[in-house]
Design a protein around this ligand. Structure first.
Ligand code: PXP
Length: 254
């Protein structure tokens, strides 16, 4: 059987910092976590610098960038489209920047970015990031309107929000989950037709990642909360390796 190309596995380490911040101090250290994730075979490290610094802090980002550079592993900085974050990203120079919506009161990034509704605000931000060498990704819901808007910017990537799919499965609503998966397949092909690279992320687990990883256009998966949570039971190394095995198997047998 011909080997199929595999999606890259980006490990989001925000929640190592969440645990550290619960007590203050420096333990567990997210940079040490990133190093362990790289040793376990992560293809990239993802970290979200939020406006309220609830997990990552500015100095974490600096140290993550230094680590990723020395290990030649891409750092993907997630950020809101604000002037403050733009100037931090321009100084940091991560390999990639994923622009996400951010609301202070939310527990996590609960929906996709409304690119269609703020295209003129996003364009100059994306353009500055591009000129600075970052690969810019837009975290959107999988629908035509948002993809077509993303294609009108200079972003190179769209990351489809998989939260609704994950929730549907958690609620036992297989019909909705399958409908969402079908949307992912159609939208992945549409995005590729606009030369947008396709990533997926949010709420992915050992149980639900397979059908997403099997989508041929999927070039990258960004997974955090589940891997860090599972690491409590099986260790970070084993959790990342198991995720990688499931992703590989799903893609190879698709
Ligand atoms: N991708 C993006 C753009 C995110 O903002 C996040 C975190 O919300 C993730 C992926 C990872 O999601 P999770 O922690 O649920 O795996």
């Amino acid at each position: 059987m011909k080997e199929k190309s595999l999606p890259r596995l980006g490990v989001n380490i925000d929640h190592i910092a969440t645990i550290r911040n619960a007590r203050g101090g420096d333990h567990p250290n997210p940079v040490a976590g990133a190093w362990a994730a790289i040793q376990a075979g992560a293809d990239g490290i993802t970290a979200h610098l939020r406006e309220d610094r609830r997990h990552m802090r500015d100095d974490d980002m600096n140290r993550l960038q230094a680590l990723c550079k020395s290990e030649t592993i891409p750092l993907n900085m997630e950020m809101a489209a604000t002037e403050e974050m733009l100037s931090i990203a321009l100084a940091l120079k991560p390999h990639a920047v994923c622009i996400v919506p951010e609301r202070r009161e939310e527990r996590t990034t609960e929906g996709g970015l409304d690119v269609a509704g703020q295209i003129e605000t996003l364009k100059p931000i994306i353009s500055k990031l591009n000129k600075n060498g970052a690969k810019v990704s837009l975290f959107i819901e999988a629908n035509r309107e948002q993809i077509e808007a993303a294609a009108k910017t200079d972003a190179k990537v769209v990351e489809f929000h998989t939260g609704a799919y994950a929730h549907a499965l958690d609620e036992g609503n297989d019909v909705k989950a399958n409908r969402t998966l079908e949307d992912f397949r159609l939208c992945a092909a549409l995005a590729q037709s606009y030369d947008l690279e396709v990533h997926f992320g949010h709420g992915l687990t050992f149980e639900n990642v397979g059908p997403v990883a099997a989508i041929p256009e999927c070039m990258e998966l960004n997974i955090g909360h589940f891997i860090i949570g599972e690491a409590l039971f099986m260790g970070l190394d084993a959790a990342i390796k198991q995720m990688r095995e499931i992703v590989t198997e799903a893609r190879q047998t698709a």
